[in-house]
Design a protein around this ligand. Structure first.
Ligand code: SAH
Length: 357
C-alpha cells in the first residue's frame, strides 16, 4: 500500500488525521485487505478498496523448500518480475530477502538478475509489500496470525514473526536510494528493527557515503567477490566505475561514523577467486577491525551458460583457514532453499515472466 497515496486519499475524503496510521497499523498487524479492517467504518473500507490498491504486487508463484525457505515471485502492476525469499533459521530468526529493483542494471557475470536486464526501480511501497506478504504468511508484528491467498501450504509456527531483513534480492539498493531508505524506515512497524536490517551493495560508492550520513543503525554489506580490480571488473563491471580502493575507503568512512562492521560478501567460484593466494590478498585488503567476511557458496544459475561453478567444500574451508590464521573473521553462508532456486534472480529467470532483454 502506497502510504503517500493513502494519506492523500484519506485527506481528500475528509477523514481525521489519525486514520492513515490506523490503516497502516492494521496492515502491519496482518490484515490482508481493507475489508478485514473492521475497526474502520464500512463505507471507508469500500472507498479505500476502490482508490488505494491494498497491494500492487501480485504473487505469481510460490515455492517452499524442505528447510522452510519460501520464495515468492511477484509481478508489479505494470508486469515486471520481483522476487523475495523468506529464510527460517533454527535459532528462530525469520529473515526476508527483498528486491529493490526489477532486474538489475549492474550485469554481474555470475548473477541471474543482471542477465535478465534492468526493468525499473521499485517504489518504497513495492519494497515494503514484499515483507508484508511474508508477515501475513508467518504472523504479524503483534503475533496474531492471519492467512492470505498465497499462503496455503505451511502453517505458521506459534509465535513466528519476522525479525530480519536483507535488501539483497534483485537490484542494486543504493541506485534506488530514496525508495530504499523510505522502505527501511517503515520496516520497524513490521517488527524489523534497523539493527536487523542489512543493505547489500555491489559497491556503489556515492550511495555508501550517503548512507553514512543517515542516522540509521543498519548493517552495510558489500559484495566484493574478488581481491583485485582486474578480476573484479570481469565479474562485476561496476568496478570500472568504482575501483576496489575507492569502495573500501567509503566502507571505512561508514565504519568510522556508524561504528558497525561492514559485512563483505565473497562468492566462492571454483578456480576463479578461491585460490589461497587470493585469500592472502583479501587479508592485505581488509582490516579485521572494520570488515568481516561471509563466504557464499555459489548457486549455479542453471541457464545453460555454465560459466561458473561453485567451489568445493574443502576449497572453501582451505580459503577460510588462510583468513582465520590472519585474524580475519569469516563465516560460510549456509545455503538455503537450493532446490527452489532461491538465489538472486533465479526464480524469475525460470518462470519465463522475465521477458529477457
Ligand atoms: N546488488 C546488491 C544486492 C543484490 S545481490 C549486491 O550486489 O550486493 C545479493 C547477493 O547475492 C550479492 O552478494 C550477489 O553477488 C549474490 N549473488 C548473485 N547471484 C548469486 C548466485 N547465483 N549464487 C549466490 N549468490 C549470488
Amino acid at each position: 500500500m502506497d502510504r503517500e497515496l493513502l494519506e492523500q486519499t484519506l485527506a481528500d475524503l475528509g477523514q481525521p488525521p489519525y486514520r492513515a496510521r490506523q490503516v497502516w497499523e492494521r496492515a502491519c498487524a496482518g490484515a490482508a485487505s481493507y475489508e478485514e479492517m473492521t475497526s474502520l467504518p464500512k463505507e471507508l473500507r469500500t472507498q479505500l478498496t476502490d482508490r488505494v490498491p491494498f497491494s500492487t504486487l501480485s504473487p505469481l508463484q510460490r515455492r517452499e523448500a524442505r528447510d522452510g525457505t519460501v520464495k515468492l515471485l511477484f509481478q508489479t502492476a505494470d508486469g515486471h518480475p520481483v522476487e523475495s525469499v523468506l529464510m527460517r533459521y533454527r535459532d528462530g530468526r525469520r529473515s526476508v530477502c527483498i528486491s529493490t529493483q526489477s532486474g538489475c542494471p549492474l550485469q554481474c557475470a555470475f548473477c541471474a538478475s543482471g542477465q535478465m536486464g534492468f526493468k525499473r526501480n521499485l517504489s518504497a511501497w513495492e519494497i515494503v509489500e514484499q515483507a508484508l506478504f511474508f508477515l501475513r504468511e508467518i504472523g504479524s508484528a503483534e503475533g496474531s496470525h492471519s492467512g492470505s491467498e498465497v499462503t496455503a501450504e505451511s502453517e505458521p509456527e506459534p509465535g513466528e514473526r519476522l525479525s530480519n531483513a536483507a535488501l539483497m534480492g534483485m537490484g542494486e539498493p543504493l541506485m534506488n536510494y530514496e525508495a530504499v531508505l523510505t522502505a527501511v524506515r517503515a520496516l520497524p512497524d513490521l517488527g524489523i528493527g534497523h539493527r536487523h536490517t542489512a543493505i547489500s551493495t555491489a559497491g556503489w560508492a556515492p550511495g555508501i557515503d550517503r548512507l553514512t550520513t543517515e542516522d540509521l543503525p543498519v548493517r552495510l554489506a558489500l559484495s566484493l567477490h574478488a581481491p583485485d580490480d582486474e578480476l573484479r571488473r570481469r565479474l562485476m563491471p561496476v568496478t570500472a566505475r568504482f575501483p576496489i580502493a575507492e569502495v573500501l575507503a567509503a566502507c571505512k568512512r561508514f565504519y568510522d561514523v556508524r561504528r558497525r562492521k561492514v559485512l563483505v560478501e565473497y562468492l566462492m567460484l571454483a578456480g576463479v577467486n578461491d585460490h589461497r593466494e587470493q585469500a592472502r590478498a583479501l587479508v592485505r585488503l581488509l582490516n579485521p577491525k572494520i570488515f568481516k567476511l561471509n563466504l557464499i557458496p555459489y548457486n549455479e544459475t542453471g541457464d545453460g551458460r555454465g560459466a561458473f561453478s561453485g567451489s568445493s567444500r574443502p576449497a572453501i574451508d582451505a580459503f577460510r583457514e588462510v583468513l582465520a590464521k590472519a585474524g580475519l573473521e569469516a563465516t560460510v553462508r549456509v545455503a538455503r532453499g537450493r532446490e527452489i532456486e532461491a538465489a538472486c534472480g533465479q526464480l524469475a529467470g525460470t518462470a519465463g515472466t522475465a521477458g529477457r532483454t
